[in-house]
Design a binder for this molecule. Structure first.
Ligand SMILES: [Zn+2]
Length: 177
C-alpha cells in the first residue's frame, strides 16, 4: 500500500465506521501492517493508505519490547487523563517534519480486533498513549500539526513545503509515529 502524503484531502476527512463483520477488514489490517513494517513506522491509520474507514494498526515493539501489535477496528476513547504532557511526533503522511505538541498523559481505548472481538486498552501511557491519540485523530481527519498554535502550524507547514522541495526524491521517512 502507498502512504498518502499531506495535503491529500483523504487525510482531512472524518472516516466512516467499519460495518461489524465486514470480511475485507482482516485482510486490510494485515496489508496495513505490512506497509507499516515496510516504512518502519509505529502506527498507521487507514486514511493514510487511502481508505476512509476507522481502522488503525500499531506496532511499538521497536521502541518497547513489552508492546504488542494492535489491529483496531472502530477504536474510541473511553477515558483521557486531564494531565497533558509534551510529545515529539512525526507522521508518515507528513514526512521530514517533527514537532513537539501536547498530548493527554494517559488514555483508555475500546476497539474491535480483526475478528470483531471487543478489546480494551486501560490507561495506556508513554508511547502507546501518544500513538493511540495520533492514530485515532487521523480517523477524524485531524493531524498532529493541528495541535500546534496557529503561528507554529504555519511555520511547520512552510518548513514541510521546503523540505519536500529539497528532498523531492522518492523514499519513505521513518518517523516513529
Ligand atoms: Zn500520522
Amino acid at each position: 500500500m502507498e502512504i498518502i502524503k499531506y495535503p491529500h484531502s483523504i487525510l482531512l476527512k472524518k472516516c466512516e465506521k467499519v460495518a461489524v463483520g465486514d470480511e475485507k477488514c482482516a485482510r486490510l489490517l494485515d496489508k496495513m501492517l505490512v506497509t507499516l513494517h515496510r516504512v518502519a513506522g509505529a502506527g498507521l491509520a487507514a486514511p493514510q493508505v487511502g481508505i476512509a474507514k476507522r481502522m488503525v494498526v500499531i506496532d511499538l515493539r521497536e521502541i518497547d519490547e513489552a508492546q504488542k501489535i494492535y489491529k483496531m477496528i472502530n477504536p474510541i476513547f473511553t477515558w483521557k487523563s486531564n494531565v497533558s504532557v509534551e510529545s515529539e511526533e512525526g507522521c508518515l503522511s507528513i514526512p521530514f517534519l517533527r514537532e513537539i505538541i501536547q498530548r493527554h498523559e494517559s488514555v483508555s481505548v475500546e476497539y474491535l480486533d480483526e475478528n470483531f472481538q471487543k478489546c480494551t486498552i486501560e490507561k495506556a501511557t508513554g508511547f502507546l498513549a501518544y500513538c493511540l491519540q495520533h492514530e485515532l485523530d487521523h480517523l477524524d481527519g485531524k493531524l498532529y500539526i493541528d495541535l500546534l498554535s496557529k503561528v507554529k502550524r504555519a511555520s511547520a507547514l512552510r518548513k514541510y513545503k521546503k523540505l519536500l522541495e529539497e528532498q523531492s526524491k522518492t523514499g519513505e521517512n521513518n518517523a516513529p509515529l
